[in-house]
Design a protein around this ligand. Structure first.
Ligand SMILES: Cc1cc2nc3c(=O)[nH]c(=O)nc-3n(C[C@H](O)[C@H](O)[C@H](O)COP(=O)(O)OP(=O)(O)OC[C@H]3O[C@@H](n4cnc5c(N)ncnc54)[C@H](O)[C@@H]3O)c2cc1C
Length: 439
């Protein structure tokens, strides 16, 4: 017998969704293109954008699922430990049984009676099955964002999604474009292998150390968020005291305040700049053969240009209108619910400093509460839909004025977001005969 709902993806978000639906007794079939669970933390997943040196940048206790603490004492485990964690999570709750692996969903189309036909290519050939709804958990960091540049580069041009190990950069003159978390990780990797490393940046960044006062920095102030102006005031000074002024290392001065863009959790990059292992360059003007010209009039020759230019959201299996795209991201209630409740739900389309997998689980718990209400408490479900139909939606920015960049279009403040998700889940289950999947 077919389940009522389908999940696409068995990464952290898809697993969290399966677990939350399992808890409330809503039937579900999962489809995963790769051979196993773990999403991008499974470096053997062909869609994974993980690299050999990658570790968590949020700390273990702020990231793990609350009901399933990690069997590790390390604060920032590496990707292999995390793959094992998702294996253990799936085993502990028998989640693998809910998924078909090596099953790539190619389309999700609406039927005349408002259900969804899901088509997948599986080891047994192409299948099409019908569901009441589909939860998209296919990840946000898989489709490379490739900017357009003037001119042509004749050397090797690659995106961080193709980077696995520093040996790929051995003895090469490397230019990394972009200083996000992946760009900085790779620069730090590459200093011991490449012939030279330059990093081209458009703007300044805030660099957060992994440890402050001997504790993982994201564990300070947990549960008692400071008001935005105070947090920005204190943390700017704290960073200046601990890491110094990145301008002294060659970075431009940020033209925005701390937390208005995703911070870089990497201070090794500053150490290497201090040692002269790499150089910061200006934004790109144009390419000409193996020469890269920068907007400040300088130029240099390179063997490899590595685009650390991030990722773009992509839900290729679903016609765009069903996800209410607005610019670079779908416009969804709490980044989850299509406002017309067409039966599509999005998991994991959320970026925030320190949200972790528990934050994703809380999204799943809200979806589970709604789907359970639809089946057993139609009035509660209708009240939720009515709240969603009426703007304004909860403010999940906590007053931070995020940079108007594509990658910030689905960014939230973790405290404001978790509190809004928690409030909605509580309202849905309150006074009703529903099982809260909140924890
Ligand atoms: C280098 C790096 C470091 C990171 N560090 C952190 C960190 O420290 N803390 C943190 O919270 N987050 C971190 N992240 C973010 C990371 O995205 C999340 O931790 C998490 O993996 C998101 O889970 P997800 O399930 O939404 O997506 P993914 O992990 O991307 O999983 C999506 C799954 O969907 C499957 N899929 C895709 N398309 C289809 C299809 N058509 N049919 C079937 N299956 C499909 C994929 O194969 C994949 O298994 C990091 C990311 C990277 C790249």
């Amino acid at each position: 017998m077919l389940a009522d709902y389908a999940i696409i993806g068995a990464g952290p978000s898809g697993l969290a969704m399966a677990r939350a639906l399992q808890k409330v007794g809503v039937s579900v079939d999962g489809y995963e293109a790769a051979a196993d669970v773990g999403g991008l933390w499974d470096i053997s997943n062909p869609r994974s954008t993980m690299y050999e040196s990658a570790h968590l940048i949020s700390s273990r206790t702020t990231t793990e699922f609350a009901e399933f603490p990690m069997n590790s004492t390390v604060d920032y485990p590496g990707h292999r430990t995390l793959k094992q964690y998702f294996d253990d999570y799936a085993d502990a709750f028998s989640l693998r049984e809910l998924f078909t692996f090596n099953a790539r969903v190619t389309s999700v189309t609406r039927t005349e009676d408002g259900l969804w036909d899901l088509t997948a290519v599986t080891p047994d050939g192409e299948i099409t099955r019908t569901y009441r709804g589909v939860i998209l958990a296919n990840g946000t960091l898989a489709e490379p964002n490739i900017p357009l540049f003037q001119g042509e580069f004749s050397g090797e041009l690659m995106h961080t999604s193709e980077y696995k190990s520093p040996s790929q950069l051995s003895d090469r003159r490397v230019l990394i474009i972009g200083a996000g978390n992946s760009g900085c990780d790779i620069a730090v990797d590459a200093v011991h292998h490449a012939a030279s490393i330059d990093m081209s940046v458009r703007r300044g960044y805030y660099f957060v150390p992994r440890y402050l006062f001997g504790r993982p920095s994201d564990t300070l102030n947990q549960g008692k968020p400071l008001p935005r102006p105070m947090k920005q005031f204190i943390d700017t000074r704290l960073l200046r005291a601990f890491t110094g002024d990145p301008v002294k290392f060659g970075f431009p001065k940020p033209n925005y305040k701390i937390y208005e863009s995703h911070p870089i959790v990497n201070t090794l990059i500053l150490n290497h700049l201090g040692q002269g292992d790499l150089r910061i360059r200006a934004d790109i003007d144009h390419f000409d053969g193996s020469t890269v010209h920068f907007v400040d009039g300088s130029s240099d020759d390179y063997d490899t240009v590595l685009l650390a230019t991030g990722y773009t959201l992509d839900y290729p299996m679903v016609p765009r209108e069903y996800l209410h795209w607005n610019g670079a991201a779908p416009s969804l209630f709490l980044n989850i619910f299509a406002p017309d409740f067409n039966g599509l739900y999005v998991m994991g389309m959320v970026e925030a400093s320190g949200l972790g997998w528990q934050g994703r689980y809380e999204q799943a718990a809200l979806i589970a509460a709604y789907l359970q209400a639809e089946q057993h408490e139609p009035d509660q479900a209708a009240a939720f839909r009515s709240r969603v139909a009426h703007q304004p939606w909860p403010d999940v920015t906590a007053g931070y004025r995020y940079l108007g960049l594509d990658r910030m279009s689905y960014y939230v403040n973790k405290d404001a977001y978790r509190s809004a998700v928690h409030d909605e889940t509580t309202r849905l289950v309150q006074g009703a005969s529903l099982t809260a999947a909140v924890r």
